[in-house]
Design a protein around this ligand. Structure first.
Ligand SMILES: NC(=O)c1ccc[n+]([C@@H]2O[C@H](COP(=O)([O-])OP(=O)(O)OC[C@H]3O[C@@H](n4cnc5c(N)ncnc54)[C@H](O)[C@@H]3O)[C@@H](O)[C@H]2O)c1
Length: 359
């Protein structure tokens, strides 16, 4: 991050006790005198209700919910953050279908609650950074014989028949500049609503807003207990217990796994960027890999039995997700440094340490 960062002394990270927040905090402390974290220690992410050990002691931690007007009033009565990084969210893609209200309330109303509180207290930060998601694209754009099409959400009937792909079409990588968002999960809808809400509010209030659309983030610090997010951690825990990893659909779902350090460096680049980019920026590794391949690599790492293909499916899961990185690399002078082989090994070594502590 540039030491010329033009922000004031204080930075607020909502949801800062989570995976990305804990990895980002040490970097932010290099540049801000005060780092505030507002987090409700969601039981699904923090099952013991304790602050994560990875959160630096210097952080000023405030336990509170982003949907709680009173929590915002207390925070903003005392503090005036120059930069806000909004990470707090309900993040379960599959879970969001049956917990739609909770996802909408936290992700959409929670953000609106923060923005209203800023107006009430007349405390407008210089910049608000939002971590959005590749989920806003849904199935994204596919190449057909007659051009680009948006096939939309895969239907229940289609999935029940095991028709995983869209016949005659091939997937294209997501790119914020030209892929239209078509979310196919409740979670994706709420992340898109967050983006739009923030952009409209920021424009009217003369607050800079910047959005990163993250692909699947993995790495040390990821929750090993949350069953609703993080396929890499689920796979690692199964393989470490010498179980065969169950793989959904036909194993050919693809994802773009981006290592946590690369997400932190992209966020830092965006935070230090002198003028915010007009469009959201995609952050991934730029490489698509099948879920079967990831499961096989992790199983080999632990000497576990080979993964097995189940043919099961989850509503809201898209078939292919990867992004085109060149616009982000050009805009932020950033590039991913840690690719899958190294990233998985670093992650598995960390999982091994956690298992030693637990047993
Ligand atoms: N991790 C990924 O793969 C990924 C991918 C795309 C986008 N994102 C986005 O990045 C952000 C951070 O993700 P993460 O992986 O660190 O998630 P995480 O679940 O590890 O952390 C989220 C944090 O937010 C807190 N939180 C949840 N609800 C809250 C509420 N109502 N009020 C206050 N705090 C609340 C939780 O306690 C947790 O500490 C989210 O906005 C998510 O949508 C993450």
């Amino acid at each position: 991050m540039s030491p010329l960062i033009p922000y004031g002394a204080s930075c607020l990270v909502t949801g800062g006790a989570g995976f990305i927040g804990c990895a980002l905090a040490p970097r932010l402390l290099e540049y801000f005198d005060q780092l505030l974290v507002l987090d409700n220690l969601h039981p699904q992410v923090h099952p013991h209700g304790a602050l994560p050990a990875a959160l630096p002691e210097k952080v000023h931690f405030i336990q509170g919910d982003v949907t709680d007007r009173q929590a915002w009033d207390t925070l903003l009565a005392e503090h005036n953050p120059a930069l806000v990084v909004h990470l707090a969210a309900e993040t379960g893609t599959g879970q969001s279908l049956t917990a739609a209200h909770r996802h909408a309330e936290v992700n959409v109303s929670g953000l609106a609650c923060m923005l209203d509180a800023m107006v009430r207290h007349n405390k407008r930060p210089q910049r608000i950074v939002l971590t959005s998601s590749r989920a806003v694209y849904g199935e994204g754009a596919w190449q057909g014989e007659r051009g680009i099409v948006y096939p939309g959400q895969r239907s229940k009937a289609q999935l029940e028949q095991g028709q995983w792909d869209f016949p005659g079409l091939s997937p294209l990588p997501f790119a914020a500049q030209h892929t239209q968002p078509h979310p196919s999960s409740v979670y994706g809808v709420t992340k898109l609503a967050q983006e739009q809400l923030l952009a409209v509010w920021g424009e009217a209030m003369a607050v800079e807003t910047a959005i990163l659309r993250l692909q699947n983030v993995y790495g040390p610090g990821q929750s090993l207990a949350n069953p609703y997010t993080g396929v890499v951690s689920t796979f690692a825990m199964l393989a470490a217990a010498h179980k065969s990893i169950p793989v959904y659909e036909d194993g050919q779902i693809t994802r773009d796994f981006v290592f946590i350090d690369d997400v932190v460096s992209a966020l830092c680049a965006l935070i230090a960027y002198p003028a915010v980019p007009r469009h959201p920026l995609d952050v991934g590794s730029g490489q698509a890999v099948t879920i079967a391949e990831v499961a096989a690599r992790i199983a080999r790492r632990y000497g576990a039995p080979a993964p097995h293909i189940t043919g099961a499916f989850r509503h809201g899961d898209v078939r292919h997700a990867a992004c085109e990185l060149s616009p982000t690399m050009a805009a932020l002078d950033w590039r991913p440094q840690v690719f899958l082989e190294e990233g998985l090994e670093r992650f598995c070594r960390w999982v091994d340490q956690q298992r030693k502590v637990a047993f």
